[in-house]
Unconditional design. Structure first.
Length: 74
């Protein structure tokens, strides 16, 4: 299985969707999966949302699934 270390911000995350990544969380290295999200800006009456698509690493610690921001998916 191939892993990418999720440290670089210049990665085109759209091409990495669903792939495994290694990220550092509280001094530990954990593996996760790249997920893309369309995040709304939250402004009332905004008709242009979502403005951008963002990449997150989704990983599990114990029974809890959590995410860490990776960057904008270009």
């Amino acid at each position: 299985m191939e892993y990418r270390i999720a440290q670089r911000k210049d990665v085109d995350w759209k091409n990495e969707k669903g792939k495994q990544v290694m990220i550092k969380v509280d001094g530990k290295i954990v593996t996760g999966t790249v997920r893309l999200k369309e995040v709304r800006c939250g402004k009332k009456g905004c008709t242009k949302c979502p403005h951008k698509i963002y990449a997150y690493a989704q990983y599990r610690i114990g029974n809890k699934v959590t995410e860490k921001y990776l960057g904008v998916a270009r």
